[in-house]
Design a protein around this ligand. Structure first.
Ligand code: ZN
Length: 112
């Protein structure tokens, strides 16, 4: 009985930590996170390679600010709609300064 309960609990935890891609691949949250990290560093590298420097794609500020990558379709939405691959799709990322990133996230919340 205890084993059954424990198994059910473990299954539940496992399901909670996995998401699907649109082609049916089941991906662990830890794998998604590491792919997102790689995609973000690729997005910054690609921009640097193309322009010779990094800048905010929204306000074009390039120095004295912290630049990060922002998801156009959020990781949360990608996971919920079984399109987890969007989380690590470089074309779903934009390089933004902290100010524009905060603005973007606020808009996303407002429009759900
Ligand atoms: Zn900006």
């Amino acid at each position: 009985m205890v084993t059954l309960l424990l198994n059910a609990f473990v299954t539940q935890i496992n399901n909670m930590n996995h998401y699907h891609t649109s082609d049916g691949e089941r991906v662990a949250k830890s794998v998604i996170d590491s792919r997102v990290r790689d995609a973000k560093s690729n997005a910054l590298s690609e921009q640097f390679y193309e322009y010779g420097y990094n800048f905010c794609e929204e306000c074009e500020v390039s120095s004295g600010v912290y630049l990060d990558c922002s998801h156009t379709i959020s990781v949360d939405e990608a996971q919920k709609t079984r399109r987890s691959e969007l989380a690590w799709d470089v074309s779903n990322l934009r390089v933004l300064c902290r100010r524009c990133h905060a603005k973007h996230d606020k808009n996303n919340l407002r429009f759900g």
